[in-house]
Design a protein around this ligand. Structure first.
Ligand SMILES: *[C@@H]1O[C@H](CO)[C@@H](O)[C@H](O)[C@H]1NC(C)=O
Ligand SMILES: *[C@@H]1O[C@H](CO)[C@@H](O)[C@H](O)[C@H]1NC(C)=O
Ligand SMILES: *[C@@H]1O[C@H](CO)[C@@H](O)[C@H](O)[C@H]1NC(C)=O
Ligand SMILES: *[C@@H]1O[C@H](CO)[C@@H](O)[C@H](O)[C@H]1NC(C)=O
Length: 794
């Protein structure tokens, strides 16, 4: 008589996708994307989240955003394998995460005689509870880096940032209640730690904080108010609006409040605790300076005589280029001081001594030999000076209004060298590397489905194979029935970025029939996905990359999210096949639209601005350092509102990886398209983001003048310098024109029939000509371009 029971059990085990509850004695498997809990309102999911190649963490995510937003993780520092890992609720009431092979990675360490179940509540709280809803364990008690409305921050629960935007492991920044009951932010690096908020030189009482309330709780409400038992409180900029919110300890040391924007399906920042990003400790590591700039945000650079240790991770700081033992007194090497005005080093003072001259201060440092790295010298209220010999060069910053001076101790031969530190080198964003597990689980044996079923029949008793097969077949069929369509859609929104089967894409494109584009790397086809979304499917022709490499790159590209970048929905990697699935753009490419004269002046300016924004995001906004390398009108697509979206970014990384040198930017083969290529390609110079700036400049000239750089091509050139013709042409027109109005009339596209705004044409041409300077250092960055264009945007 156990057959119906069996059926019932299997049914429960296999319908997790639609439920918010995991019953006792069952588990979620990493291998099945349907194995996840979904809160009954559909806002939150709990399941395995991929953090790297074959690396997964069990996470609670917010599902309504374009990409799922991770809110909590069980095992952030110990990811598990993509095969054989399970989250199981044991019969004894213990919730356990096991890796392939059964090793316990994480557990709630709960025991209960009454029957428990795991429930994902509508507020995002994952709760282990009894049938009477008595809570035995809840994820809200052990947050990772995010606090949700109504969730309490307590003495035992602190928020710890992740290591970087993509590395979810525990990072260096922490929001916590200190022993004196005050809420603080702490930098806790591998070797050093210090509190950076509130400012340590101010007493709690002076900033309205109480040290006497031992309650130690802080809570965020859903309308944007935050209050803490020590008296600290704030309100979001959109207070009192009822929206989804989350408070997050970000990897850059700032605590930020985000509100969910239903329209864009993304999170908007509505409050942040640190207004000056360089006051966050440890952010640029040792022997470096942090510099603030309202355009580029924060920049780190090494002091003279030092070089960066890891350009992908500035928190590791800079290391001396000279022999550090040369600073000791025994070495006999002459040392001197480098003067740096308006420069502050926070902390690590040997002592504070009142001195009457700089010489006296420097002598103190010299006496301390290698224990002193430099001195901070500051005028004090007694009309003498304070001298702070520094035992370390850490937390350096250069606020323009700071009235102290820094004298850095260096060997004289370093001081004499002419090499100046590259001051405002654009900051390399924190490393975007996918985590990789060393322990790969070998291919499961052929009967994996069987063992999977065996697992589910655990506790039921005797197993009858034929019954299982029958039931399996039955379930498999029903899971495709129409009433589960809704559930499938949820799945898509929960995972955001999808892996497709080759067969599926072949069907979607009706056998790759309708070609809509052709370019570097492959042919693009129009297709309709199973959920009726119209997609552009690109089939890459050079499948030289291994699967793991391809997946690593694709996950980075998939993370990029900007209104001026084309949205990637998924990919397919199967044997030699490599396909990318993008949103389909109704209005086609900028090239088509220019040819058809479909763009009035307003649209053209808007395209120029949007494209600049998209590229600036690729280059600088701290997700990944991506060079496009093939900016041209064919790669700028227009959506139904004629908003531009840059396409094909990241392709330079997907194709032929071998072309990239081991260094950060040594491409050995010419890329890009003739007509839009920067001179660096031709002269074999270092390739930087400025190659995209150059191509962008050409595109802008083309949009303004209506002339393609290919059109004004000269006959002879095989060296690829033909594109300089369009530039020369424009420059000549400007040079010989008596007035501004005159050259504008000469340059502007006659197809516009005089309908344009003079000031906008002027700024576009000015920006474009700056962008196409031969010397890459003279070209502006894309974010500077955005700033310049915004000055004339309507
Ligand atoms: C921490 O100290 C150790 C030993 O002195 C050193 O090897 C390591 O580089 C330091 N780490 C950082 C991030 O400075
Ligand atoms: C301590 O903080 C809690 C929570 O904010 C508050 O309810 C309580 O009134 C405070 N107690 C005192 C003595 O201020
Ligand atoms: C600071 O340390 C130096 C070197 O040890 C010493 O000469 C000086 O007197 C100290 N200053 C004070 C104020 O203690
Ligand atoms: C992520 O960060 C952790 C902790 O710093 C580190 O051990 C790990 O190597 C990082 N992973 C990657 C892929 O960089």
């Amino acid at each position: 008589m156990h057959i119906p029971l069996f059926l019932l059990f299997l049914f429960i085990s296999n319908s997790f996708a639609a439920t918010d509850t995991l019953p006792e004695g069952s588990s979620l498997s990493v291998e099945k994307t349907t194995d996840q809990l979904l809160s009954s309102n559909g806002d939150f999911s709990a399941g395995f989240f991929q953090v790297g190649d074959n690396a997964f963490c069990f996470a609670v995510c917010f599902t309504r955003s374009k990409r799922p937003t991770v809110l909590w993780m069980a095992n952030r520092d110990f990811p598990v394998n993509g095969r054989g890992s399970l989250l199981s609720l044991w019969k004894d009431g213990n919730l356990v995460l096991t890796d392939a092979g059964g090793t316990v990675i994480w557990t709630t360490a709960t025991l209960s005689s009454s029957q428990l179940h795991l429930n994902l509540r509508n507020d995002g709280n994952l709760v282990l509870q009894t049938s009477k809803r008595t809570v035995v364990w809840q994820s809200f008690d052990s947050p990772t880096d995010t606090l949700l409305p109504t969730q309490k921050l307590t003495e035992r629960a602190s928020l710890v940032s992740s290591r970087s935007v993509t590395n979810h492991s525990s990072g260096f920044y922490k929001l916590y209640f200190d022993n004196d009951n005050v809420l603080r932010l702490l930098y806790k690096g591998p070797n050093l730690s210090s509190v950076y908020w509130p400012e340590s030189w101010r007493l709690p009482i002076d900033i309205g904080r109480s040290t006497y309330n031992v309650t130690k709780t802080a809570v965020l409400d859903s309308i944007g108010g935050f209050s803490s038992s020590d008296g600290y409180s704030f309100r979001s900029t959109d207070y009192p609006k009822k929206v989804y919110r989350r408070l997050k300890m970000d990897p850059d040391g700032n605590l930020r409040l985000y509100s969910f924007n239903e329209k864009s399906e993304m999170w908007d920042m509505t409050w942040q605790i640190i207004k000056q990003p360089c006051t966050v400790h440890g952010i640029c590591g040792a022997n470096s300076m942090c510099s603030e700039d309202h355009v580029t945000g924060r920049t780190c650079y090494c002091l003279k005589g030092f070089r960066v240790k890891d350009p992908n991770d500035w928190t590791r700081g800079c290391v001396p280029e000279f022999d550090p033992s040369h600073l000791s007194c025994e070495s006999g090497v002459a040392v001197g001081f480098l003067h740096l005005g308006h420069t502050e080093l926070y902390g690590y003072d040997w002592n504070v001594t009142r001195v009457s001259s700089l010489k006296e201060c420097q002598n103190l440092c010299l006496q301390l030999c290698d224990k002193c790295q430099g001195v901070q010298f500051k005028f004090n209220e007694f009309s003498t000076y304070n001298c702070y010999p520094k035992t370390m060069v850490f937390n350096g910053r250069d606020p323009p209004n700071f009235d102290g001076e820094l004298y850095l101790k260096l060997p004289k031969y370093v001081l004499r060298s002419s090499a100046e530190p590259r001051k405002h080198s654009p900051m390399k964003c924190p490393a975007v590397l996918s985590q990789q597990l060393k322990t790969f689980y070998h291919e499961p044996e052929k009967n994996s489905t069987l063992s999977f079923l065996v697992w589910f029949s655990f506790g039921i008793g005797v197993l009858e194979l034929s019954t299982v097969c029958l039931v399996w077949f039955f379930l498999f069929r029903t899971s495709k029935s129409p009433d589960t369509a809704d559930q499938q859609r949820h799945l898509v929104s929960a995972t955001g970025f999808q892996r497709f089967d080759y067969a599926e894409l072949k069907t979607a494109t009706k056998g790759f029939r309708e070609e809509v584009g052709r370019g570097a790397g492959g042919v693009v086809y129009k297709g309709t996905l199973y959920d009726n979304r119209v997609a552009a499917i690109k089939r890459l022709s050079e499948a030289t990359q291994g699967e793991a490499e391809f997946l690593a790159e694709i996950s980075t590209i998939g993370m990029l999210n900007h209104m001026n970048l084309i949205d990637m929905w998924g990919y397919c990697v199967e044997g030699k096949h490599r396909l990318l699935v993008y949103e389909y753009m109704e209005h086609g490419s900028l090239a088509d639209n220019l040819l058809a004269n479909a763009l009035d002046w307003k649209k053209r300016f808007n395209v120029a601005l949007g494209t600049a924004r998209g590229l600036a995001y690729l280059h600088e906004e701290c997700l990944e350092w991506i060079l496009h390398c093939d900016v041209k009108p064919q790669n700028i697509l227009l959506d139904s509102d004629f908003q531009p979206k840059v396409a094909d970014f990241g392709l330079s990384k997907l194709l032929n990886r071998d072309d990239r040198g081991s260094g950060n930017s040594n491409f050995s083969r010419i890329r890009g398209t003739r007509g839009y290529m920067a001179p660096e390609w031709v002269y074999n110079l270092r390739i930087t983001s400025k190659v995209d700036v150059y191509s962008y400049g050409i595109v802008v000239l083309e949009m303004v003048s209506g002339r393609s750089p290919m059109e004004i091509q000269s006959v002879e050139n095989s060296r690829g310098i033909d594109q300089w013709r369009l530039v020369t042409w424009a420059k000549e027109k400007i040079k010989h024109a008596p007035t501004r109005e005159f050259w504008i009339e000469e340059i502007i596209d006659p197809k516009l029939e005089g309908e344009y705004e003079v000031s906008q044409v002027e700024i576009l041409v000015k920006v474009a000509l700056q962008c196409v300077q031969d010397d890459m250092n003279e070209r502006p960055s894309m974010s500077q371009v955005v700033e310049m264009l915004l000055s004339q945007a309507r």
